[in-house]
Each structure stands twice: as structure tokens, then as C-alpha cells.
Design a protein around this ligand. Structure first.
Ligand code: GLN
Length: 486
């Protein structure tokens, strides 16, 4: 049952030589063989490569290696993060048989920490979506109810962690893609501050919003993994040269004196009553742990989704121009380069990606740039200012992660706007450049589905989030529940 362990539990077992890294990796592979035909978290797994890495870890363990906090730990990788020698498809057909010739910086860092990196994990095409239904390879399914979506775009990562198909995973978050699937699958997901983690080797969706972050079975593991991947990188000019604190030092700290804001704009509207109750109960729990909770206001919240879908699509339209049939992956031949380009993109991209490229091209086009793109950038500043004002009074802000629990496959496919509304609570964090974490905070009754509590922190306030989230987690039973898999 090694696949069921957390990072810290497995690391302790490996250090005591009670199990080998090969056994741990094999345990995950066996679990995948059993559960993934139903759940479809993985697009592919290179078992031989994973076991070879595990053997290397075992050799290092035998030699008494020190200072490698993830030595022998199997970590599954979202299909948007480049791993040398492995396929890189971004949930899309357009990359064809493309194999990455290099490691993303987060991968180099994980390797240096001793992790066993394996699997290409399913996602919405180019990270555009909230359900994995936009994957060109078919959706993943929620282990709490396989008729339901796991969230997205890092839905496969959340499934793989929740179903114990891996020990931990890395996802990416542009408007909620780590936190929303974490909430819907009952795990922990942390989006670091913009600039905290290098984006080198993360295929760009919206470059001013994207961040890579941990998806884990508990808060302690998120702290460990975040520490391993954070830091300045000369390959990413937007990564910030701030020292990386020991995030695990925030575990087990008291909440006495912590000030938490409850945003009134996040507790009304289309919020499901069961989610609202769970979040209110979580707020009371935080208070009983010593935190002081006060109401705050984020007045520009209602503009967040519109602002996001202008900025994200504008950036995506530019970033995705590189997939032209010439540089990478799949190609459909044409009589001339333009025809080749049109046919390749016509055949290679799915409908949601095309919709966003068209929208993004439109908002950037001359005559509309000022009316849409420039205006959205101004509103983005107002949204950021709301948060910076709130953070003068509080250390963190508590909200629901999602307005509803996991919905059924197909339920929102026909209406993109309904799908976009799912990100209402997660999107502002990216627009404002903050950090955020989702932790399990209960279940709906019938059917029983996970609910997520979101904590938002100041730029580079990850330590505060980890302190709050860990104290809450340790005081509540939710993270101990496992998905009832067939
Ligand atoms: N669901 C949002 C979108 O479709 C966010 C996705 C993400 O964070 N990658 O853009």
C-alpha cells in the first residue's frame, strides 16, 4: 500500500529502509493499472524510465545520500511541463509525436531533490478549461463519482493524487487550474505567487498569469514540494530573486494573532448553500484555533471573469502562434506555407482553443485594443489594488474555492460561459499576482463530494498560507478521507 502514503510518510519509510523506491514506484504503477482504465488521469506512463529512476534513488539511499528531501518519491507530471525524453502534448493533438528535448526548471530542481518523475498527466487542451473535458484525449473522471468531472485544467493531477496513483503531482494554474481541481477531488493545491517558481519549460498559456505549483495529499507535502521547486531562475526573466524560506517551518505553528479576512463579495450569488455552510464552519474553526476573522471588501470582484477572459485569451493568441506545423509536432501539408499553417492549426487545435485564439486576436486587433485589452489591464490594476488594500488589515483572505461541488460530465459543455463562471473565486488571485491554496473543508451530503476552502495570501506570503492551512487541516478530519473507488 505504499502508493497511499504522503511524501513525508514515504520518505520516512525509505530512509528507514523499510521499503525501496522501486517498490514505491511499482506500487503506484500497479495502482494505475487497476484504477486508471476508469479514471483516465494518465495519458501515458513510461514504466521502464520510472523504475530506472527509482533504482537510482535506491542506490543513493543505500549510499546514505543526504539533503535530498524527495529522494525516491514518485511525482506525476502535468502534460504541460517539459520532461526530457518524454512526450509533451499539452492535452492537444497539435504537438503530434513531439518529445521534449529538455527539462523544465522545476524538473531539474525535482531531480536534484531526488524525486522520481513519471507519467504524462491529462489536462484541458493547453490548460484551457475547468473540467478536463477539453482534453483532445478524452476527460478524466472524479474518483468520488466517476460520472462527474474532476475539475481542470490540472484535473488529471488531482485525480492521480486523490486516487493514490502517485504520491504527489505538479500542476499549473492560470486562473484556478491547481486549486479548483484540488477542491473538487478533495486534495491540497497551492498556486505560488507569480514569479516564485520558474516557468521555464512550462508551455505558456497566459504568460502573465501562469504558475506551476504542488498538488498533494496534505499541506505538509505542499510545503515540501513548494520548497523544492521555488527560486530564481536565469532562464525565466519573470522569476523573482527572493530567498526561498523553509516552508516546512510554518507547519505546526499556532494561529494566535493571525488576522483573516472574509470577503463579503465571495459569499453570495451563485454559491451553493452546502459550500457556504462548510466555509462558514471552517471560519469558525479558524477562530477557535486563535485566528481573528473580520469582514473585508473586494469591490471589483464582479469584473474579474471578464477581465481574465480578455487578458488570458489575448496572451494565449500570441503564445499559441508558435504551433504552426513548421516548428513542432503535427503537420498537415499545404500547397504553400499559409495553407500548411491553416490546415495544421485547423486540424490540430480543439474547439475551445480556437475560440480563445479568435477572441484573443479580436481583443488585440487595432481599433479594439484600447476598448478591451487596455481597459482590462486597467481593471486588473484595480483588482490588485483591492487585495493590497485588504492585506493592510489582514494576513490572508478566506473564500470558497468553487461555487459548487463537482458537476456531471457534459453538464456545462454546451455553454462556455457557465464553464467560465466556475473560476469565479480563483481567477482574481492570478490577476493580482497573489498566492493561494485550496484545502479540503468538508463534503456535500448526497452525493458525497469534496468541498475546498481557499486561502489567499500576499505576494510571497506562502508561509502564512501554509501555517493557516496546516493548522486547519490538523484540526479537521477531511484530509483523511479517501475516495470510494470501484
Ligand atoms: N479555467 C480557467 C481557464 O479556462 C483557468 C485555467 C487555468 O488555470 N489554466 O482559463
Amino acid at each position: 500500500m505504499l502508493h497511499q502514503l504522503t511524501i513525508s510518510e514515504l520518505a520516512a519509510k525509505l530512509a528507514r529502509r523499510e521499503a525501496s523506491a522501486r517498490e514505491a514506484m511499482q506500487s503506484c504503477l500497479d495502482r494505475i493499472a487497476k484504477t486508471d482504465p476508469q479514471l483516465h488521469a494518465f495519458l501515458s506512463v513510461d514504466a521502464a524510465d520510472a523504475l530506472a529512476q527509482a533504482d537510482q534513488a535506491d542506490a543513493a539511499l543505500k549510499a546514505g545520500a543526504t539533503g535530498k528531501p524527495l529522494l525516491g518519491i514518485p511525482v506525476a507530471m502535468k502534460d504541460v511541463i517539459a520532461v526530457k525524453g518524454q512526450p509533451l502534448n499539452c492535452g492537444s493533438k497539435i504537438l503530434g509525436k513531439y518529445v521534449s528535448p529538455f527539462d523544465a526548471t522545476v524538473i531539474s530542481k525535482l531531480r536534484a531533490a531526488g524525486a522520481v518523475i513519471f507519467g504524462r498527466v491529462n489536462m484541458d487542451e493547453f490548460a484551457m478549461g475547468s473540467s478536463t473535458e477539453n482534453s483532445a484525449f478524452g476527460p478524466s473522471r472524479n474518483p468520488w463519482d466517476p460520472a462527474r468531472i474532476p475539475g481542470g485544467s490540472s484535473g488529471g493531477c488531482a485525480v492521480a493524487v486523490a486516487a493514490d496513483e502517485c504520491i504527489a503531482s505538479l500542476g499549473s494554474d492560470t486562473g484556478g487550474s491547481i486549486r479548483q481541481p484540488a477542491a473538487l477531488c478533495g486534495i491540497v493545491g497551492l498556486k505560488p505567487t507569480y514569479g516564485r517558481v520558474s516557468r521555464f519549460g512550462l508551455v505558456a498559456y497566459a504568460s502573465s498569469l501562469d504558475q506551476i505549483g504542488p498538488m498533494t495529499k496534505n499541506v505538509g507535502d505542499a510545503a515540501l514540494l513548494l520548497g523544492a521547486i521555488s527560486g530564481h531562475d536565469s532562464m525565466d526573466a519573470t522569476s523573482i530573486n527572493e530567498p526561498v524560506p523553509d516552508y516546512t517551518a510554518s507547519l505546526g505553528q499556532s494561529l494566535k494573532g493571525a488576522k483573516i479576512g472574509l470577503a463579503k463579495e465571495y459569499m453570495g450569488g451563485g454559491l451553493d448553500p452546502e459550500i457556504s455552510q462548510a466555509v462558514q464552519a471552517a471560519v469558525r474553526q479558524l477562530e477557535s484555533l486563535g485566528a481573528e476573522v473580520r469582514e473585508i471588501s473586494l469591490p471589483h470582484t464582479e469584473y474579474a471573469i471578464a477581465t481574465y477572459y480578455i487578458i488570458a485569451t489575448a496572451e494565449a493568441s500570441a503564445n499559441l502562434a508558435r504551433f504552426d506545423g513548421v516548428r513542432y509536432g503535427a503537420r498537415v501539408e499545404g500547397a504553400d506555407p499559409i495553407e500548411l499553417y491553416c490546415k495544421t492549426r485547423g486540424a490540430g487545435f480543439g474547439p475551445e482553443v480556437k475560440r480563445r485564439i479568435i477572441l484573443g486576436t479580436y481583443v488585440l486587433s487595432s481599433g479594439y485594443y484600447d476598448a478591451y485589452y487596455l481597459r482590462a489591464q486597467k481593471v486588473r490594476t484595480l483588482i490588485r489594488q483591492d487585495f493590497l488594500n485588504a492585506f493592510k488589515e489582514v494576513d490572508a483572505i478566506v473564500t470558497p474555492t468553487t461555487p459548487t461541488a463537482a458537476f456531471k460530465l457534459g453538464e456545462k459543455c454546451a455553454d462556455p460561459l457557465q464553464m467560465y463562471l466556475n473560476d469565479i473565486f480563483t481567477i482574481s488571485c492570478n490577476l493580482a499576482g497573489l498566492c493561494g491554496i485550496s484545502v479540503p473543508c468538508g463534503f456535500t451530503k448526497n452525493p458525497k463530494l469534496p468541498i475546498g476552502l481557499q486561502l489567499l495570501g500576499k505576494p510571497f506570503g506562502e508561509s502564512t498560507l501554509i501555517r493557516l492551512a496546516h493548522a486547519y487541516e490538523q484540526a479537521t478530519p477531511w484530509h483523511r478521507e479517501r475516495a470510494p473507488l470501484a
